[in-house]
Ligand binder design. Sequence first.
Ligand code: PBG
Length: 307
Amino acid sequence: MVQETHIGAANLIFPLFIVDGKNKKTEVASMPGIYRYSVDNLLHEVEACAKLGLMSFDLFPNIDDSLKDKYATESHRDGSLYLRAISEVKKHFPEVCVVTDVAMDPYSSDGHDGLVENGEILNDETLEILGKMALAHAHAGADIIAPSDMMDGRVGYIRKVLDEHKFTHVSIMSYTAKYASAFYGPFRDALNSAPKHGDKKTYQMNPANQQEALIEARLDEHEGADFLMVKPALAYLDVIKLIKDNTDLPVAAYNVSGEYAMVKASAQRGWLDERRTTVEVLTSIRRAGATAILTYHAKEVLEKGWI
Ligand code: PBG
C-alpha cells in the first residue's frame, strides 16, 4: 500500500545483439545469458519476449571487420544486416517497439562514434553520416531513433532530416548524459567495437561532472528530443534524479553491460543473491526517476517472475 516505486514490463527496453548468418546464437563471454542472434533467431527471441509482455527492443549489430570503413558506409547501405533486422522485426511483430542505435562505432574501421581525421573526431562532418543512418532506420520501420554518439547538435540535425522526409512520427531518445565509462567494456566485446586508438573522452562526458548533464539536457530538449537518457544508470543515479527534476520529458536510463556483468559474475560465485540484487538495481533506477530502463536483465526478470 505504501510502496512508492514499482517496475513493470512496460518500463523495460531489452537490448539485443545481432550477427549475420543463419541459425546463430552465440553467448557473449563477458555477459552470461546474453547472445548475438542471427535475424531468424532474433525473431524467435522477440516472440518469446513479447509473450512475457516485454515489447520494446534496442538493436545493436555485430559487423564483420571486412565491412567496416572510415565513413561507416555499411550503417546506411540498402540491404545491410541491421536494416534487414529492423524491417523483419516490424514485419512479423508490428506491435513491438523497435529502438535503433545511431552512432558510427559498430561500422567504423576506427571504432569511434564519429568520423576520425588525424586522430581528431570531426563533429559536424559526422552529423551528415548520422542523418543518413537515422533516415535508413526510419525507412526500415524504426519507432524510436536513439543517437548514442554524443556529437553536438545531432538531435536537431536528425529531427530535421526525419521531418523533411515525412517521418514526423518517429521519436528520438537521446543519449543526453552519456559518460566516458569503463562499464561499457563487455558491450564492446559483444560488438567487437572498441576504439582502435585513443578514447571517447572528447565526446562522452567526464564521470566527475554533474552540472554539465543539465547543459546537455537543455540542448537536447531544445533540439527536439522526446526522451532524455542517462548512461550508465546505476553509477549515475544522481544524474538521473537531477535531469528528472529539471525536465518534463520522460527520462530513460541505460543499465549498461558492465553493470550487468558485475551482478552476473558475483551471482555465479555465490557472492550475491542474484534475484534480490537485480530487482534492487532496477528499483533504484526507477526510484531515481527513470521511466524507461534499458537493461540486459529485462527478459530474465519477467521470465523468472522477479518483478
Ligand atoms: C556506442 C554505444 C556503447 C554502448 C551503447 N552504444 C558503447 C560505447 O559508447 O563505447 C554501451 C552499452 C553497454 O555498455 O551496455 N555508440
